[in-house]
Design a protein around this ligand. Sequence first.
Ligand code: KIV
Length: 532
Amino acid sequence: MSMRSQADRIIIFDTTLRDGEQSPGATLNVEEKLAIAHQLSLLGVDVIEAGFAAASPGDFQAVKTIAEQVGIVGGPVICSLARAVRQDIQAAAEALKGAARPRIHTMISTSDIHLQYQLKKSRSEVLAIAAEMVAYAKSFVDDVEFSPMDASRTEPEFLYQVLSQAIASGATTINIPDTVGYCTPKEIGNLIQGIRQNVPNIDQVILSIHTQNDLGLATANALAAIEQGVRQVECTINGIGERAGNAALEEIVMALQVRKHYFHPYFDRSVDADAPLTNIKTQEIYKTSTLVSRLTGMLIQPNKAIVGANAFAHESGIHQDGVIKHRQTYEIMEAASIGLPENRIVLGKHSGRNAFRTKLKELGFELSEEDLNKAFNRFKEVADKKKEMSDWDIEAIVRDETQIQVESGFQIEHVQVICGDCTCPTATITIVTPEGKIITNASVGTGPVDAVYQAINQLVQIPNQLIEFSVQSVTGGIDALGTVTVRLAYQDRIFSGQASDTDIVVAAAYAHINAINRLYCHLQTHKSLTSV
Ligand code: KIV
């Protein structure tokens, strides 16, 4: 029987750049999306949902650039989301032209609550639109995915009808979204079972699942769907996404790897089969996770499964004792399996450029000569203050120095702060403007960070509101590097910035200017778009 839904492994459909970017404040520019897409390709995802081409000119450009530069022969399938309307499908098809393997993902709501209050359409109208728009998408590309939005709250008989029509019209993947994260694992299992039993042509397509995390059940629901024959999972790095986010790619992949003996029988494999259940190179997980966190400004909670800072840390004496005696007493997977660097002391202030270059290679960074020089200079500066440089410190420096900069943004020249219990916190900041002018300002604040922000804001003259400020220590120890992440609000948009330094007030100044530069870039693009 040629059951496409019975493919013998899981297809990983990554939607970090589409659903993930719908996280409030996670807005990414085209260069940042491209950097993530390249990393997703290295990670080995099968499909990259690169965006929603019709949503904005920026989204269109991002899908187009990723299609051309990442969707090469031998690379992943590149997909664009499109509502079931002609203009969306045309925009998706146009943006995907450069991809070796393009996919259009079209969707329409099918639940009564969405039909009545949002679409204001009858079931028969939705049925006709779904069939017509799948066929329309098929006129551009062979690979068409169809999603009945809010599928898990759709009346089952109507859902079966819509799916059957979509397949008859040319869909090659049928995706079942639990759009509002409402279902329990058992209910998701029953839903998939019902679809497989009642949609006569379901075996002609790949069956997919898209789970949201509103009740914290996204990963469990996706795994329950896999047990019932789903063979594509839609997920995001770090589980980011609309509201409480999506199923986390790293959780799905590591569950399938660590518990492969449990899952093998669902794939008609012998329990101790060798071949992995996904094509993901798990050693790239940690790097991908930190890249996404840094570029989106979405911090990872320390207790987050797989990629959280505490995921491999053992605090209790009993656990530490057990791990020292035999690692598997308390560890079900090795940190190295997700590419987590060991916190080894490696370099110091006497280390030369060659040792630094070799270390970067070991950590998986391939830098241009220019970026290498920038990172090396910064390394020397930090090594002067900090005796021992761990792999984590080096990673933080490289991330800072190679972060995608706005071509001609503001640059910090100098930060000086005076504070204490009997002093009015005062910051003096010198910056270079995009036009190359050097300007200085001093300001007081409620604390040193506030003083820095006031001084910078008065210099750049771009209104913004600081809505989030956080500091994380890169390693332990009194001389640790601190990474500051800030999120700024401007009208209805949020912009993030990140920077690391041994002095957290200095890191705060750089993080703030990085966020300001993203906002500045947005304003410049907007200005040039509205003046066209
Ligand atoms: O949550 C949802 O329903 C979606 C679909 C477009 C798959 O994101």
